[in-house]
Design a protein around this ligand. Structure first.
Ligand code: GLV
Ligand code: MN
Ligand code: MN
Length: 414
């Protein structure tokens, strides 16, 4: 079998998808179930149909595009690949998109080569890998794996108070959320192509990363309540300023992550909502988000306890109240040797250097690994930049990753 991918077509599709965005280029913003996201989904669906893939969508909007009839054994569990196309505000073009459009190009390469897989091959577009709208990452894959129940999903709301249930129905996602979960064994294997979102491959001058494990993310909301009042009238010693307390808590979080003893511990406060947000009013309430990750679950939990204790000490000292609400606390995933060994063989077949690597970002693979043997293939991205408009992966790296993905799909579906 001689596989060739069309690098120019793939790049022009990445560019075309980047135009479906709510941000000024080169930035990309595509938040789940906005008109822009729905337009991008329609665009992708068309591309899949042009390739004779059979497309279905589940109740939360996960899209499955199957190379139908290709599997010589229609009853065998399919092999799947895919990623997401939603993009956080002010993001780049490649996060998630390389896995979706690269997955489609990989299937095209297999179709054109005349390869006949035993198992069907499916491209998956996962809904809302990014937590932007509903506060929780990997919404689609989380539900597919059963890690998020339909009941819990129904309670999710966006910043304007709209429920997921309402938003998805408005977006014409049919069926009950109960029907989203898939059985373990539904897929024979899952493999996701993604940009590294870190600098290690580029620094090592290695074009491919075979992911061994995916770090464990957790996220929390912190609500700090103090006392508001007139910015002129209330004397400094009498204040219970919620934002000053929040500022101290943020530094405490940074300190706790730095003190963990490992570079694998990372903590980020990405949202700080101040109420009432008036220039001449003392902040009475602040909502912070905390994103805490580690490759080691016990160490992550220990850092969280340190953050909690130190933050409580700050709140007591400043006479404000503090609430921690857990959004999610996921366990890390170990990639399956079924997939990683296949990736190693495919790299060796093409004489390509690779490096075993840990994913410090989370991905839909984190949840797919709960129901299928799962692995990931990383390509470098410039300076490790991601979640910013200047995110960049070179055409050669994208094409190389896509070729190895195609080889791996061939091997796994054989
Ligand atoms: C995924 O986008 C992540 O935040 O790791
Ligand atoms: Mn992302
Ligand atoms: Mn991603």
């Amino acid at each position: 079998m001689n596989l060739t991918t069309d690098q120019d077509r793939l790049l022009s599709e990445i560019e075309a998808l980047a135009q479906i965005s709510d941000a000024e280029p080169p930035a990309v913003t595509r938040v789940v179930f906005t008109p822009t996201d729905l337009k991008a989904r329609t665009w992708l669906r068309e591309k899949c149909l042009q390739q004779d893939l059979a497309v279905r969508q589940d109740a939360v909007g996960n899209m499955f595009a199957r190379w139908a009839g290709a599997g010589t054994d229609e009853t065998a569990a399919p092999v799947a690949t895919g990623s997401h196309i939603d993009a956080i505000p002010n993001a780049g073009k490649y996060d998630g998109v390389v896995g979706v459009l690269g997955g489609l190009e990989a299937i095209r390469a297999l179709q054109h080569s005349g390869f006949r897989p035993t198992r069907s091959i499916e491209l998956i577009l996962f809904t809302s890998e990014e937590p932007t709208r509903f506060g929780i990452g990997c919404l689609g894959s989380r539900m597919l794996s059963g890690a998020l129940t339909a009941e819990a999903a129904r309670k999710l709301t966006d910043a304007s108070g709209e429920t997921l249930e309402h938003v998805r129905q408005k977006a014409d996602m049919q069926g009950d959320l109960e029907s989203v979960q898939l059985e373990s064994g539904h897929f024979h294997a899952f493999v996701e192509l993604h940009i590294e979102q870190g600098p290690l491959l580029e620094r090592a001058h290695v074009p491919l990363g075979i992911v061994e494990s995916i770090a464990a993310p957790a996220s929390y909301q912190l609500i700090v309540e103090g006392t508001g009042g007139h910015a002129g009238g209330v004397l400094m010693p009498d204040r219970k300023d919620a934002l000053c307390a929040a500022a101290e808590i943020i530094l405490t979080i940074e300190e706790a992550a730095l003190a963990s003893g490992s570079l694998d511990t990372v903590a980020t406060v990405g949202i700080c909502d101040v109420f009432p947000a008036a220039v001449n009013s003392i902040p009475s309430r602040v909502r912070l988000t905390l994103d805490l990750r580690d490759t080691d679950l016990a160490r992550r939990d220990k850092v969280f306890r340190a953050i909690e204790n130190k933050s409580r000490a700050v709140s007591e000292k400043r006479s404000v109240s503090l609430q921690f609400q857990i959004v999610n606390a996921d366990a890390p995933a170990i990639c399956s040797s079924t997939v990683t060994d296949a990736l190693v063989r495919c790299c060796s077949k093409h004489n390509l250097k690779f490096q075993q690597i840990v994913s410090r970002a989370y991905h839909d693979s984190l949840f797919m690994s709960r129901i299928a043997p799962t692995g990931m293939l990383f390509i470098p991205c410039r300076n490790g930049y991601s979640h910013r408009p200047d995110e960049f992966a070179s055409p050669e790296d994208i094409a190389r990753g896509t070729l190895i993905l195609a080889e791996a799909l061939a091997e796994l579906s054989h």
